[in-house]
Design a protein around this ligand. Structure first.
Ligand SMILES: Nc1ncnc2c1ncn2[C@@H]1O[C@H](COP(=O)(O)OP(=O)(O)OP(=O)(O)O)[C@@H](O)[C@H]1O
Length: 243
């Protein structure tokens, strides 16, 4: 298993410093929650790791330097992310979505014609995300939570070893949140996971470690208890519903 190691990461948009020199180490197999007020730079940091925005500094996953690497190569190195809105093919079934993710480069129709049973990695992903019973259902008709799980499943069949999940439980019901927390626990057994999340109750229950970003910099880091007890964190969150 590989870990993520970020050094002096900077992202500047037209002179505005969105990420201003972040050092961050996520050990292999960790479930690291990234929190911070709106505009703290959380999504921009993930964008930088996945190659979507230009950044300076260093981002290593295992031995590989990701900065300066093209987006599709970063994905091939085993780095996968989800977005705040699930990016699934709504008109295709759960199985077809997973097939497309697994067989990058092959057309959907070719795969459907060739299908003679479900590949092992797709079957495993279906079981992990709990959608075995929905495999022939159009993704667009899935419940909100199920769509997010399908998106995670698509990363699993791509063999992503670093998962970056952007607000995975936003808009979910209580039960869906629980199931998502369990899913994150399961996938982290042989993967490194970074979760951007505003939901403090979810964080308390499922985070192993936490990094707090504020104004593009690391404000605090540690276990949930350590971060919660940090006066700097309390100050930043004071008066907000997340406190
Ligand atoms: N493409 C862009 N061009 C200019 N400014 C940007 C761009 N993307 C983000 N920003 C700015 O960078 C800052 C950090 O944004 P970012 O989305 O990373 O914050 P965040 O911590 O993810 O916030 P939220 O919790 O609201 O999603 C914000 O002030 C935002 O307005």
């Amino acid at each position: 298993m590989d870990g993520l190691s970020i050094r002096d990461l900077r992202v500047v948009f037209d002179g505005f410093v969105a990420v201003g020199g972040v050092d961050l180490d996520v050990s292999p197999g960790d479930v690291r929650f990234l929190i911070g007020p709106n505009g703290a730079g959380k999504t921009t940091l993930v964008d930088a790791v996945t190659g979507l925005v230009k950044a300076s500094g260093s981002v290593r996953f295992g031995e590989r330097e990701l900065l300066g690497t093209e987006v599709h190569r970063i994905a091939r190195l085993g780095v996968g992310r989800t977005f705040q809105t699930a990016a699934v093919f709504e008109n295709l079934t759960v199985l077809q979505n997973l097939d497309i993710a697994a067989g990058t480069g092959r057309g959907a129709w070719t795969m459907i014609r060739r299908r003679r049973g479900i590949p092992e990695n797709v079957q495993e992903a279906l079981e992990t995300i709990g959608l075995t019973g929905q495999l022939d259902q159009a993704a667009g008709t899935l419940a909100h939570g199920q769509k997010q799980w399908l998106e995670i499943g698509m990363l699993l069949v791509q063999d992503a070893k670093l998962l970056l999940l952007d607000e995975p439980v936003a808009g979910m019901s209580h039960d869906e949140r629980d199931a998502t927390g369990e899913l994150i626990g399961k996938v982290s057994r042989d993967r490194t996971v970074v979760v951007i999340e505003h939901d403090m109750d979810f964080l308390r229950r499922f985070a192993q470690t936490v990094t707090v970003l504020h104004a593009g910099r690391v404000l605090s880091e540690g276990t949930v208890a350590q971060v919660q007890a940090d006066p700097k964190v309390q100050e930043v969150y004071m008066g907000t519903k997340e406190a």
